[in-house]
Design a protein around this ligand. Structure first.
Ligand code: IMP
Length: 204
């Protein structure tokens, strides 16, 4: 059975990737999806790329270097706020410091958009997924979900910037959506499904 290692320690991301890749077959066989921890890999990875794609590939290559025979996937994601020249972007996790709470980060972004009208509050979550194959080939798929920055935090679901990210089709914040509703339209869900198609085609 082909093993797929996902370069994350985040349990939520593992659950999502398992759901999305559950029906993937490689050379006619189901796949086993494990986290890097479950694969026994620990890599100190410096995310020093200049965009989401580079950072995802850096992570996937670093983990692939410690494993033989497995397909390695890694993601990099973040929030781009147009009015702030696409900040925090690739620095989303590090914005105002890695240990600063999202309540504080979200309040800061709302403050920076004070008096900015609806039409200029556009933003998107972006996710790049990189895949490194055992033969060294790599693929990258990127997807986004468009929305805008709200005027206050709303909702208890999700994580990170979800409470201030308003999804137009629901007129709700991403933190007010159920996990199923969010996964169906999210940047990570879309990028993972695109990667599933890519792998299915490569190994068909
Ligand atoms: P990563 O885990 O290195 O990709 O960091 C992504 C960072 O971007 C997270 O720590 C969040 O700050 C932000 N982010 C990415 N996706 C989402 C999302 O779906 N909701 C809220 N915040 C997100």
């Amino acid at each position: 059975m082909q093993k797929i290692v996902f370069a994350t320690g985040n349990a939520g991301k593992m659950k999502e990737i398992r759901e999305i890749l559950s029906d993937l077959r490689i050379k006619g066989e189901p796949v086993e999806i494990v986290s890097m921890k479950e694969a026994g890999v620990s890599a100190e990875i410096e995310e020093n790329g200049t965009n989401f794609e580079e950072n995802a590939l850096i992570k996937a290559r670093a983990v692939a270097a410690g494993i033989k025979g497995a397909i390695v996937l890694a993601d990099d994601s973040g929030l781009e706020v147009d009015y702030l020249n696409k900040e925090p972007g690739i620095y989303s996790a590090r914005y105002m410091g890695e240990d600063t709470s999202y309540h504080v980060k979200n309040a800061n972004l709302i403050e920076r958009l004070k008096d900015v009208p609806d039409e200029r509050r556009t933003a998107r979550f972006v996710c790049a997924i990189a895949c490194v194959l055992p033969d060294g080939h790599h693929f990258i798929r990127t997807a986004a979900i468009e929305g805008r920055i709200g005027y206050e935090e709303k909702g208890e679901n999700g994580f990170g910037y979800d409470p201030i990210f308003v999804v137009p089709s629901y007129q709700k914040s991403a933190a007010e959506l159920t996990p199923e509703e969010k996964n169906a339209i999210s940047h990570r869900g879309k990028a993972l499904r695109a990667m599933r198609e890519c792998l299915a085609n490569y190994y068909q």
